[in-house]
Design a protein around this ligand. Structure first.
Ligand code: G6P
Length: 485
């Protein structure tokens, strides 16, 4: 693994992330079908018009693994599988190692810590099973560091993404000290008292892993400072909270704050295509002339969908003037269904939704429309139609739904926004603020949002859209590269 002498590759810019920009599905005839992913990172990287850039990601399922095995050197064939001119290298990691690293450590441990999701009297319990998962996480991170070290040209810039890959910066620096390395966290960061729940060696390894980078990026100053606080508390690192730097073991890592914004050009164009218009017409027919409260999330514990539904129920129970005058359109898309907690949560969402329709529904009025199958054009249609958008996460790195709705909205939309979402730092002033744990306060916030005067709603939506698009994905990406020097 030492490698000052190891041969270098030819990529001047590299991105590394667990979930890559493409994935494969096996079709009925046995062939592999390619799917392109969306999101800020994909549009961000498209700003780099350099065909020798490489994106390293993990094969996430059997179809991905087979595609990766068929590709020469694990590189996906440029003609068929390139994304915005860049090559994708999908790592064929053995399924057991992948499952332990992804489900066991990344999604059950680090995600839970950063989003404060544990029910602490019983969870977490770091036992022998966890140690096996942690070893897999180390191997998973080492596989990424090896691939990046092999692909990177001398002095290349490498942008490592998120909590799946927190050990990569330090591992990569050991292999290739010539590289300029950035890490970016798309999640919140836990405060030290909570973070210290991790076993001491794990808590230290995650921090020193990221400190292997020249720059560590965060979505808000709040998360950057929480990271700095953990470095001071756990490592005894020297922290400059003004300059946003962390010095540990003789090296200084700069912390960056890059508040990823919505992609206005893409959203405005995409939300007026025929498939969206079609779905908008169907939603309009279902809602009639009633008001619409919209939410769109992955069915994710931190998104707080259950308390959102309880708040809607409380609104209907306590404010009968809304009976038959409002419809809650809730899209809760499947996510991380390998985890039992997520399956149970999905069941709760469906159960409470059923109870609400049972309690209040009439022959002409279905108070809640819940969809659990993913459909992006339908989400855009709901964004256009919404009178109120409900974004009430317990804790969220940013939350792009809060930023996308005001950009796409046809007639202005009142935003009910949790003060614990990263987006709150930029959007809080023009949103109706909620404490995500307070169901009654959330119901009251829905009521104020529903009764907001039209002119005020329009003005606020304009300001929200401006704030939401201040840092488009392309600029977000270029800023990070520039900051690396
Ligand atoms: C969050 C994380 C991403 C992740 C996404 C979807 O936004 O920051 O890294 O890709 O959730 O989760 P999944 O487990 O499906 O990749």
């Amino acid at each position: 693994t030492t490698a000052r002498s190891s041969p270098t590759g030819s990529a001047p810019v590299l991105v590394a992330s667990n979930r890559g920009p493409v994935s494969f599905n096996r079709q009925e005839d046995g062939t592999l079908a390619l799917r392109r992913g969306g999101g800020g990172l994909v549009s961000g990287l498209s700003a780099i018009d350099d065909p020798s850039a490489v994106w390293v990601c993990a094969a996430l399922g059997e179809a991905d693994r087979e595609a990766a095995r068929q590709a020469p050197d694990g590189r996906l064939d440029r003609a068929g599988h390139e994304v915005g001119g860049q090559a994708v290298r999908m790592l064929d990691i053995d399924p057991e190692t992948f499952a332990r690293a992804y489900n066991g450590v990344a999604n059950s441990t680090l995600w839970f810590v950063h989003h404060l999701l544990y029910a602490t009297p019983t969870e977490p319990a770091f036992d022998a099973g966890f140690r096996t998962e942690w070893q897999a996480y180390e191997a998973f991170n080492a596989a990424f560091a090896d691939a990046l070290a092999a692909e990177a040209a001398p002095d290349a810039a490498v942008l490592v993404q998120d909590y799946h890959l927190s050990l990569v910066p330090a591992l990569l620096r050991a292999r290739r000290p010539d590289l300029r390395i950035g890490h970016f966290s798309h999640t919140p960061w836990a405060p030290p008292d909570y973070y210290r729940m991790l076993p001491d060696d794990v808590a230290e390894a995650v921090l020193t892993g990221i400190l292997g980078a020249d720059r560590a990026g965060f979505l808000t100053r709040r998360w950057a400072l929480a990271f700095a606080d953990c470095c001071a508390d756990v490592l005894g690192a020297e922290v400059d909270r003004e300059a946003l730097t962390v010095t540990h073991a003789g090296r200084t890592t700069a912390l960056g704050v890059h508040a990823l914004g919505a992609d206005a050009d893409f959203l405005r164009e995409r939300s007026h295509r025929a498939d969206v218009e079609e779905r908008l017409a169907a939603l309009r027919a279902a809602v009639g002339d009633r008001r619409t409260i919209v939410r769109v999330d992955r069915t994710e514990l931190s998104k707080n969908i259950v308390r959102g539904l309880l708040a809607y129920r409380h609104l209907l129970r306590t404010r009968p003037e809304w009976l038959d005058r409002v419809v809650h359109v809730a899209f809760a898309y499947p996510s991380r269904t390998d985890l039992a907690e997520y399956r149970a949560y999905t069941a709760s969402v469906e159960r409470i939704a059923g109870e609400i329709n049972e309690e209040f529904g009439t022959e002409d009025w279905q108070p809640l429309i819940l969809h659990v199958n993913d459909d992006f054009p339908r989400s855009l249609a709901a964004y256009r139609l919404a009178d109120v958008a409900l974004v009430n996460p317990i804790r969220d790195g940013m939350n792009l739904v809060a930023k996308e709705v005001p950009v796409v909205s046809d007639a202005g939309c009142a935003l009910v926004l949790s003060r614990e979402a990263g987006a709150f730092a930029e959007l809080g002033e023009d949103a109706v603020t909620v404490n995500p744990y307070d169901v009654i306060a959330t119901a009251e916030a829905l009521h104020s949002a529903l009764t907001m005067p039209t002119a005020e709603r329009t003005e606020r939506t304009k300001r929200l859209a401006a704030a939401a698009t201040a840092l488009p994905p392309q600029q977000w990406f270029v800023d990070q590269l520039t900051a690396l020097g």
